[in-house]
Write a protein that binds this ligand. Structure first.
Ligand SMILES: Cc1cc2nc3c(=O)[nH]c(=O)nc-3n(C[C@H](O)[C@H](O)[C@H](O)COP(=O)(O)OP(=O)(O)OC[C@H]3O[C@@H](n4cnc5c(N)ncnc54)[C@H](O)[C@@H]3O)c2cc1C
Ligand code: FES
Length: 250
């Protein structure tokens, strides 16, 4: 069930984010994820951030598992299974991509395949991910502290851009509160929206229910959800499930 892949290159993207490149025969769609197992440490879900012969995971250091991953180097091994879940659906509509923090990792392979403008948001300029990856298209930067680009939250910039351009669909991935605001804006303006959600995952294949939200299992029904599903998700931006499965405020 697991495949062992060798890390071929490690790129430091920001002070807290690294990309790990590897070869693997699987054929993921943008928005799909893998489970990465580091024996003796942890197993965790990770989106594919580069698709092709050489693939990539772009990993933010948050807890023990991702901290260990950040110590890995060229030649070290990863145990992976996947790709899992439902990815993004490519659309012919005029698109705006909105990625916050490490959420850009999930959106990036989709952006590589589709036209559209891009919003890259982060707390501060050092954490803006993939700012050079999307040459030849409009890329808007936003930082919470105003250290680069628009000063403020991503959804505030999105509201501004919607006055300037007739976007027909928004693709988003990032902090849950950011996505909640962007989904609400899209719904109120009658714009289509797809969002890649994060929930705590254990099995990654629909068995344990630890990733459930309002009747959906994020690992198999998502992680990408469409507008007609997102409107039903009353817990999004309000409640999550903790490691014991309890529904707790976000
Ligand atoms: C579908 C999906 C795609 C993701 N893609 C990316 C990505 O491309 N880049 C990135 O940096 N991060 C991504 N994440 C978040 C990443 O999985 C967590 O940051 C990571 O699991 C934290 O593990 P840890 O051991 O460092 O932290 P800890 O908090 O110590 O985690 C302990 C355990 O909790 C689980 N867990 C903790 N946080 C999360 C979380 N947010 N989502 C799911 N399980 C969690 C892990 O399975 C882990 O076993 C994704 C999450 C999901 C659900
Ligand atoms: S992670 Fe087990 S059901 Fe989704």
């Amino acid at each position: 069930m697991y495949r062992v892949v060798e890390i071929e290159e490690v790129v430091t993207e920001t002070p807290t984010i690294k990309t790990f490149f590897f070869r693997d025969n699987s054929e993921p769609q943008p928005g799909q994820f893998y489970m990465i197992w580091l024996p003796g440490v942890d197993e965790f879900p990770m989106s594919i951030s580069y698709i092709g012969e050489i693939k990539g995971f772009t990993v933010k250091r948050v807890g023990a598992g991702t901290a260990r991953m950040h110590q890995l180097q060229k030649g070290d091994k990863l145990w992976i299974r996947g790709p899992y879940g439902r990815g993004f659906r490519i659309s012919q509509k005029k698109a705006l991509f909105v990625g916050g923090g490490s959420g850009m990792a999930t959106l990036a392979p989709l952006i590589d395949m589709m036209p559209g403008d891009v919003v890259i948001a982060a707390r501060t300029r050092d954490e803006l991910l993939f700012r050079k990856r999307f040459a030849g298209r409009k890329v808007y930067l936003a930082t919470d502290d105003g250290s680069e680009g628009f000063k403020g939250f991503a959804h505030e910039l999105v509201e501004k851009l919607l006055h300037q351009e007739d976007y027909e669909i928004i693709y988003t991935c990032g902090p849950e509160l950011m996505m909640r605001k962007i989904i609400d804006i899209a719904i109120s303006k009658g714009i289509d929206v797809q969002a890649s959600l994060e929930r705590l995952m254990k099995c990654g294949i629909g068995i344990c229910d630890s990733c459930s939200i309002n009747g959906y299992r994020v690992c198999v029904d998502g992680p990408v959800f469409f507008k007609d599903e997102l409107v039903k998700m009353k817990d999004l931006g309000k409640y999550k499930r903790d490691k014991a499965g309890r529904r707790v405020p976000l």
